[in-house]
Every structure is written in C-alpha cells, then in structure tokens.
Design a protein around this ligand. Structure first.
Ligand code: ATP
Length: 616
C-alpha cells in the first residue's frame, strides 16, 4: 500500500498543497518493511452496506513526533487576576525535575508549609470521608461496577500548592527572586465568565499579554515581590486559601506530595498495579487488540474502551524520546479532567458551555512492571499486520511505571478514514469547530496539534435517526448535524488550557525541531503559523491557533474530497470557506461562518431535522 500512499501525496503536491512528508533520520529507528504493503480495511466503517475503506497511515516524520526537549509548564491564575506583559517568554528547564519525596532546603531554610500541610490534610480527609460528593464539578466515572469521583478543584489546588512548594525547594534563591511580582486585583464586578479569563489582546503592543498570573492572596514563589522584604517563607505562607495567621497552622514536617504521589491519589491508588490488573477490569486479556500508536502511547482496545499505555519516569529511551515525567503526566491528567468536565449527559442542560467532542477519559491508572505478555502479543500482532514505528516493549523492566488512560473508543483517525461524501466532510468540520469553540469559551482551550491523526471518527450506531450532536456555547443550546458520523478530538499533549486555577501549556519553543518540518507541508506550516501568532509566548491565550488547525483541516478535507471527484462546486465552496477562515480570530468566529448555517440547529429547529436532512 506504500504506492497508494505515494499517490495520495503526489495528488496533494500536484494540487499545490502538501509536500510529500519529509522523513529525516534523527533517531535510528527500526524501519518497517515496505514489502509488508498494508492496506487497512477497517471493518468498523461501512456505508450503504459496503465496507468503508481506510487509508494506510502515513509514516510519522521525525520532526512531527519529536518533542525531545519538553517541559509542560504552568502558571497560576486567580479570579480577576490581571496578566502583565512579560519581557520574554518564560523558558522551562530542559528536562523536568525528577520527582522527589522531600522538599529540599533553600538557603533561607525550609519553606514554611504549615498552611499547605493543613490544607492537604483537610482535602485528604474530605476525600476519604466523602461517600457521595455532590458538587457539580465532581465527575463520576465507572470502573467495572465501582463509581469513581474526581474532585477536580481539590486536585488542582493540591497540585498547585505542591508545585509551588517544589519550585521553592528546588530553585536557587536568585532564580526565585528573578521575576518581578505583579499584584493581582479581584474585581467584585467580575462576571463568572471573565473570572478565569486571560486578558484580551493588548492593543498597544498588538499582542496578548502573557505575563505570569499570581493567584489572589497567593504569591508564586518563582516571582519576586516588588517589596524586597517578601521572602520565600512569607510567599509560601500566602499560598493558603484561608487567610489565617501562619502561627496558628499545624507544624510543618518538611514533606510535600510529589507529582507521582498525587498521580496515585488522583487514581485512588495507594500503590501502582500491574497492567494486567487494569486491562482485566475491562476485558478478557486474550481479546486485547492494539489499535494505534503515538510517540508516547500505545492504544489498545479493551472491551468497549480504549486503553492508552504511556510509560513514564523511566530512564530508558522509548521510541527515540525520553520518557515523560510524573509532573507532565499529572498535568495531562488535569487537562483531560478539565475537558471531561465539558461533557454533558442527556437532559443535562445546566452547563453554560458543554460538548462531547473531546474524547471521554473514563479513568486513569498507575501501573508498574514489565509489559504484560498479552499486550506484547497484541503489539506484535499489530506490528505484523500494519507495521509499528515504535520500539518493541519487551525491554521494559519490573521497575517501569506506566499511566493507563482509559478512554472511550473514538473510532478511526481521520488519516485512515475514508469520507464517503461531502456531507460527512461538512459534518466533520462543524463538529470540530463547535468543540473547539466550546472549549475556547469555557477554558481558553487551544489544541495546538490537531493533525489528522488526532481526530477520530466513528459511525453513529444509535437508533436515533436525527443524527445530531448537542452542545452549549455561552448558554446557547445548539445541535450540529452529524450525518451519522461522530467526531472525537484526542491527544492534548501540546494543548493549552486555563483550568480556572492554572494555565497549563507546553513551552514549544523548547523544541525547535517542531518548526523545522518541510516547507509547504500543511502540518509543518501549521506549527510555524502558531509560532508567528504566539510570538513564542506559549503560555498566552491565542485562540487563533485553533483557526490555524481548522484551516489545516479544510486542506485535509479538500485532499480527501479529491478522490471522490465531487466536482468544481464543492472544491470552490471549500476553498472560499478556507479563505474566510483566515480572517477569523477564534474557532467561535469560525462557527458563525455561513458555511455552517444549515448544519447548526437551535432546539426548536430540531423537529424539522428529517426535512432538513433530505434537503441537504
Ligand atoms: N480513544 C481512542 N479511540 C480509538 N483510537 C485511539 C484512541 N486514542 C488513541 N487512539 C489511537 O492511538 C493513536 C495514538 O494516540 P495518541 O495520538 O493519543 O498518542 P500519543 O502518543 O499521545 O501521540 P503523539 O505522538 O501525537 O503525541 C491515535 O492516532 C489513534 O489511532
């Protein structure tokens, strides 16, 4: 099937679009035998009684999978906090620090963590005692017959405090004192939607303000007070949510939870379990099938779920990359939890912003041990049939840690999925745009890596003939026509989000290779375009990066439509839509484009759907 792959690319090149993927050898990786010539016929997709063909995956190029020097960073926000323009984009250490159990002493003695300690104990006691938590922000999940509740605000708060504590303990004093402090102001008139918002574009400088935000009543220990006398101890003292005098708090014993310990807590585990234990909660181990792979994760089908296994904290290089660290995993978990909170159940119309377009994360589990033989079988099976670009997992030792993301099955990625008509293409575009618009509105979400491997498509098996998906955008309930195709967005590794407590982002400037993809390649150009837009202030809010990926998506659709030969009208329509997209500033703007007008329905219009469907 290598030749068909070649054809696909030459078609795009001929159309003035994509260049063939640049495959530069950066890491000495195992090559997949070309002769294995694989064409994937995905039995999951059928249309009009026929099998829906799927395209073979393009080989990942070294530049697009390399995030060799990573570091997920975070800054904390408080309601009403005003961001100040930062002199330079903040750089992160080349490698995230190793998790450690002890808070190291600084030159001015151990940080005073009495309030944080008290807070931890309060949160922990609450988690242990709570039997049926009721706050709306609680997300209930199920594993087997067990119901699992995640208190996102408490998790975020605990994570924030320990992060600050770690920074205080691990950074030399001069680093901590380097950045000027910016006082935050809480306006009593703040509306709920403006509470967590990163300030709008600074019209004088022509770019967004991107300084660090200091939580109200908190002082980020990486920041220095304008008043020189503020020292680390008092800074940390101010971290507490309650404004009690420090002296009244319980004594500090010098210990703070590491990211690893917090990961365990989020997973409601006291110790890691084995991979087999996790998988056996969802399926018979013999039935496990590998579905796909990324640089960091291997995705397996386990019963009705998909389990993505990501090794972390180990020293061995995996797939040419250093393994992720607990800190990064924890922040990815926080990101997934935040996006999970956008989900709405049937009849749940309370949320101002909601959608189901981001893959549902059903659970997370921390595992340890060698790779399970059943997973190795599934891995080898996939390799034999489709050819894996990843390293064989046999080398993992009994010390190795993994996080397993238990996800809903989102179907087949767009790269391998054959769209059968223009309606499916339009539905794909409206669903992705609506999801991005909702997440943008709810939490300043930017995906920042929405290539066609990160969009999953599945045919709607439900008996409901309406074929719509519902979402709420700024309090307005809407329905998008799906034509029977459900779209899920995955992989939030590069994403930026404002959780309301913190801004989570990845400093992409630490990975220059990401911007060195071949000229003309649509995906490579998208990273470069994001770099122009953000001016490398990756912590800032730039919803236009979502528009960049929507434009990329139209290009992918144009390419896919070519093989359907739908004619000049469709081509013209898509191209003029793409042109208009370039003038928009956010996914929300894009959603208001006339291209979507007959694909979006308000509540009252839903009843006329069958009519509408035949009209389209
Ligand atoms: N929920 C899911 N349902 C179906 N398939 C999935 C799901 N999650 C992941 N996959 C498959 O696994 C592949 C790899 O997943 P993903 O992109 O999340 O991994 P990753 O290691 O984070 O990737 P990257 O290299 O882009 O960082 C996807 O392209 C898809 O084929």
């Amino acid at each position: 099937m290598a030749s068909r792959e070649g054809d696909m690319w030459s078609e795009i090149v001929a159309s003035g679009g994509l260049q063939p993927p640049h495959i530069g050898v950066v890491y000495g990786r195992r090559r997949v035998e070309e002769s294995s010539g694989r064409r994937i016929m995905d039995a999951r997709g059928s249309f009009g009684g026929e099998q829906r063909p799927s395209f073979p995956r393009r080989k990942r190029t070294s530049w697009n999978r390399s995030l060799s020097i990573r570091g997920r960073e975070s800054i904390f926000v408080a309601p009403g906090a005003q961001l100040q323009l930062q002199q330079k984009p903040c750089r992160v250490p080349k490698r995230p620090p190793k998790p450690c159990n002890r808070v190291k002493k600084t030159t001015s003695g151990p940080p005073d963590m009495r309030k944080e300690k008290a807070y931890f104990e309060e949160v922990d006691a609450f988690e242990l005692m709570e039997e049926s938590p009721s706050p709306k922000t609680f997300q209930s999940w199920t594993i087997g017959n067990q119901s699992i509740d995640h208190d996102l605000p408490a998790i975020l708060e605990r994570w924030k405090i320990s992060r600050l504590a770690r920074r205080a303990s691990s950074e030399p004093l001069f680093d901590i004192m380097e950045t000027p402090i910016i006082p935050s102001v809480l306006s009593n008139n703040s509306t709920s939607s403006s509470l967590f918002r990163t300030p709008e574009r600074d019209t004088r400088s022509g770019r967004h303000t991107t300084g660090r935000v200091i939580p109200l009543g908190y002082t980020d220990v990486s920041l220095k007070s304008t008043a020189k006398e503020t020292n680390i101890v008092t800074s940390l003292g101010k971290l507490n949510i309650k404004e009690e005098p420090v002296e009244d708090s319980i004594p500090w014993t010098g210990e703070a939870l590491t990211a690893f310990e917090q990961l365990l807590m989020v997973c409601k585990q006291s110790v890691p379990v084995t991979l087999a234990e996790v998988f056996s909660a969802y399926c018979e181990l013999e039935s496990i099938k590998k579905l796909g792979e990324g640089t960091y994760g291997e995705a397996y089908r386990a019963g009705k779920t998909v389990c993505k296994v990501v090794p972390f904290d180990g020293d061995i290089i995996v797939n040419g990359e250093s393994q992720k660290r607990s800190e990064e995993i924890l922040e990815e978990v926080l990101l997934s939890l935040t996006l999970n909170n956008l989900r709405s159940n049937q009849g749940d119309d309370e949320k101002k912003d909601s959608c189901n377009g981001f893959i549902e994360t059903k659970d997370f589990r921390v595992c340890q041990g060698p790779y399970d033989p059943f997973l190795i079988n599934a891995w080898e099976d996939f390799d034999a049939k489709r050819g894996s670009e990843n390293d064989h997992p046999k080398d993992f030792t009994s010390e190795q840690y993994y996080i397993v993301f238990v996800l809903a099955d989102g179907g087949t990625d767009l790269e391998s999925f054959a769209l059968v008509d223009y309606n499916e293409a339009r539905s794909l575009l409206v669903q992705v745009t609506a999801s991005l618009a909702v997440a943008e509105s709810a939490c300043e979400f930017e995906h920042r890596d929405l290539h066609w491997g990160n969009i999953l498509l599945a045919q709607d098996e439900s008996p409901d003939t309406n074929h719509t998906v519902s979402f709420a955008l700024q309090g307005m309930r809407m329905h998008a026509v799906t034509f029977g195709l459900n779209v899920s967005i995955i992989d939030f590794t590069l994403s930026r989000i404002n959780t309301g407590t913190a801004i989570l982002f990845l400093d992409l400037s630490a990975d220059p290779a990401l911007f060195q993809g071949k000229k003309g390649d649509k995906q490579a150009e998208s990273y470069r375009r994001m770099k122009e837009i953000t001016q490398e202030h990756w912590e800032g809010s730039f919803p236009k990066t979502n528009v960049v990926w929507l434009i990329y998506l139209v290009d992918m659709v144009l390419h896919k439509m070519k093989s359907l030969a739908l004619g000049a009208k469709v081509d013209r329509e898509l191209r003029s839509f793409k042109k208009r997209l370039a003038s928009y500033e956010s996914a929300r703007d894009c959603l208001a484009d006339p291209f979507f007008s007959d694909l979006l329905l308000e509540d009252a219009e839903l009843s006329s759907m069958p009519q509408l469907e035949s009209d389209l």
